[in-house]
Design a binder for this molecule. Structure first.
Ligand SMILES: NC(=O)c1ccc[n+]([C@@H]2O[C@H](COP(=O)([O-])OP(=O)(O)OC[C@H]3O[C@@H](n4cnc5c(N)ncnc54)[C@H](OP(=O)(O)O)[C@@H]3O)[C@@H](O)[C@H]2O)c1
Length: 265
C-alpha cells in the first residue's frame, strides 16, 4: 500500500470481517500488501471475493490469505465465525478488524418493530461483541508480543450525526460500537491490546448503491468540503495505521473520522 512499509505487518496475523468487498476488502488487501497473514471473513458468500479482496493479488499475497464465510446476522453468527477462526490460529492473534455490517434497509421510525430491531442489532452489535469476546484469549496472547495487539472497529459518521431518514437503528448500533470501543480500550490496556475505531463518512461502496439514490449522493458530495464521496481505498490506511504499534502505539480509545470534512468533531 502506497506510503506503508511493505514489511509493516510481517509475522503478524490479523482477522478482517466483511472483507469480501467494499471497505473490508481494501483493508484486507492493505494488510496483505504490508506482509500480514490475513484471515478474512468474506461475508455470507464468496460471491464478491473475486472482484473484491482477491482482485489482482500476487501469489505470495494469496498464499497469506484464508477466506471464511459466515452469516453474522444470526443469533450465534459471531460465535460460529470465532470457532472457524480459532481453528486456523496457533492460539495467538495480533489484530482484529470488526468491519462486517450494514443498514439492512431504510426503516422509517414508525415501522421499527422487534424483527427489524433484532436484524440490525444482531449484525452490527451482537455478532461484533460475540466474535471479539471469543477471540480475546488469542488477542491477549498477541498482546504479549512486541507492540501488543490491536482491535479496530468500524463505526460510522451516523453514530454522531444520527444518519438520514430510515437509519435510526443502524446509526444507533454504530453509536454502540463507538462507545464500546472506548470502554474496551480502557479495560484491555493492561493486556497490551489497543482498541480504536474508524468512522467512515459517505463511502461509495455497494452499501450506498443499495440504500441511497444517485440524487441523494450527488447532493451529499456537493455538501462535503472536499466535494466528493469517499472510496474504500480512502478508508483502508486509517485501519492499517491504527493496527500498527509502530505508527499508533500510544493511541487507544479513539474514533477516527474519515469523511472529507463532512463532519468535524
Ligand atoms: N459505505 C459507507 O458509506 C459507510 C459509512 C459508514 C460506515 N460504514 C460501515 O462500513 C462497513 C463496511 O461497509 P461497506 O461500505 O464496505 O459495505 P459493503 O460493500 O456492503 O460491505 C459490507 C460487508 O459486510 C458484510 N455483511 C453484511 N451483512 C452481513 C451478514 N449478515 N453476515 C455476514 N457479513 C455481512 C458483507 O458481506 P456480504 O457480501 O455477504 O453482504 C460485506 O462483506 C460496515 O460496517 C458499514 O456499516 C459504511
Amino acid at each position: 500500500m502506497i506510503g506503508f512499509d511493505p514489511a509493516l505487518f510481517s509475522g503478524k496475523t490479523v482477522v478482517v470481517t466483511g472483507a469480501g468487498r467494499g471497505i473490508g476488502a481494501a483493508v484486507a488487501r492493505g494488510f496483505l500488501r504490508t506482509g500480514a497473514r490475513v484471515i478474512a471473513h468474506a461475508g455470507r458468500t464468496l460471491d464478491h471475493a473475486e472482484d473484491g479482496v482477491l482482485s489482482g493479488l500476487s501469489d505470495d499475497e494469496r498464499g497469506r490469505l484464508d477466506l471464511l464465510i459466515a452469516d453474522l446476522g444470526t443469533r450465534d453468527g459471531g460465535e460460529k465465525l470465532a470457532g472457524s477462526i480459532l481453528a486456523k490460529l496457533d492460539g495467538r492473534l495480533d489484530g482484529l478488524v470488526n468491519n462486517a455490517g450494514t443498514m439492512i434497509g431504510r426503516i422509517p421510525a414508525a415501522e421499527v418493530d422487534a424483527e427489524a430491531f433484532d436484524a440490525v442489532v444482531d449484525l452490527n452489535v451482537r455478532s461484533v461483541v460475540a466474535l471479539t469476546t471469543a477471540l480475546l484469549p488469542a488477542l491477549k496472547e498477541g498482546g504479549k508480543a512486541e507492540g501488543g495487539a490491536a482491535i479496530v472497529n468500524t463505526s460510522s459518521i451516523s453514530a454522531i450525526v444520527g444518519g438520514s431518514p430510515g437509519s435510526s437503528l443502524y446509526s444507533s448500533s454504530k453509536a454502540f460500537i463507538s462507545t464500546w470501543t472506548r470502554a474496551l480500550a480502557r479495560e484491555l490496556a493492561p493486556d497490551h491490546i489497543r482498541v480504536n475505531a474508524v468512522s467512515p463518512g459517505t463511502i461509495m461502496t455497494d452499501f450506498h448503491r443499495r440504500y441511497s439514490s444517485p440524487e441523494k449522493l450527488e447532493a451529499t458530495a456537493a455538501a462535503i468540503p472536499m466535494k466528493r464521496l469517499g472510496t474504500a481505498e480512502d478508508c483502508a490506511p486509517a485501519y492499517l495505521f491504527l493496527s500498527s504499534a509502530r505508527l499508533s502505539g500510544y493511541m487507544t480509545g479513539q474514533v477516527i473520522e474519515v469523511n472529507g470534512g463532512q463532519f468535524m468533531g
